[in-house]
Design a protein around this ligand. Structure first.
Ligand SMILES: [Zn+2]
Ligand SMILES: [Zn+2]
Length: 193
């Protein structure tokens, strides 16, 4: 294991230089840059802009297993009220490169790791993998707090700060109609039907 050997920032990890024997493995810690992530029309910015990522590489008879772990925080607008929100993102993801497929002409997503680059497909592009993995891990609702009340769709009042006068009227009219119908069905008088 080489967990105490930090890699160079943003440089791809050349798997050949890890000198892994079949059945063996290596662990590499690298500092990687993370760009802002666009979700919907909003940008979510990693804080800090660089994170330490841990890469595990393991070799087996069938190929090379890759594991990426990192943790970061992203800041951007709450998806309900647009106030500043921070979301923690933990990444723990794996990929695989099947053996005997060097210099692949026709990549197969089941057999080939798309983050292996370079002429021999032996250099792991940690920056690209980390970016995609963070986007995947953050595809959830981003809120300033779990019970954010959002903004009134009628008048724009921030309902976290207080209610507005149109709260009653924002009931979906379709549900209101169903409520009326249910009330009528509960009536005993056949005249109401
Ligand atoms: Zn909010
Ligand atoms: Zn309102």
């Amino acid at each position: 294991m080489t967990g105490d050997r930090p890699g160079k920032k943003d440089a791809p990890i050349d798997l050949r230089r890890l000198d892994i024997t079949s059945g063996g493995g290596a662990q590499v810690d690298v500092v990687t840059s993370l760009d802002g992530m666009i979700m919907g029309a909003e940008e979510y910015v990693p804080v800090p802009a660089e994170v330490e990522a841990r890469i595990d590489v393991s070799s087996s008879g069938s190929g090379v297993g890759l594991r990426l772990r990192l943790a970061t925080e992203l800041r951007g607008p709450c998806q309900r009220c647009l106030a500043d929100a921070t979301v923690r993102v933990d990444v723990d993801t794996r990929d695989f490169q099947a053996g005997g497929r060097d210099l692949v002409e026709d990549p197969d997503p089941d057999l080939d790791c798309e983050y292996l680059i370079g002429p021999a497909k032996q250099e792991l592009d940690v920056v690209a993998w980390a970016r995609d993995a963070v986007v995947e891990a953050m595809s959830m609702t981003i809120l300033c707090r779990p019970d954010c009340a959002g903004i009134c769709p009628s008048c724009g009042t921030d309902l976290n700060a207080g209610s507005c006068n149109c709260t009653e009227e924002t009931t979906d009219p379709r549900w209101a109609a169903l409520g009326d119908l249910a009330a009528r069905m509960r009536e005993d008088s056949p005249d109401e039907a």
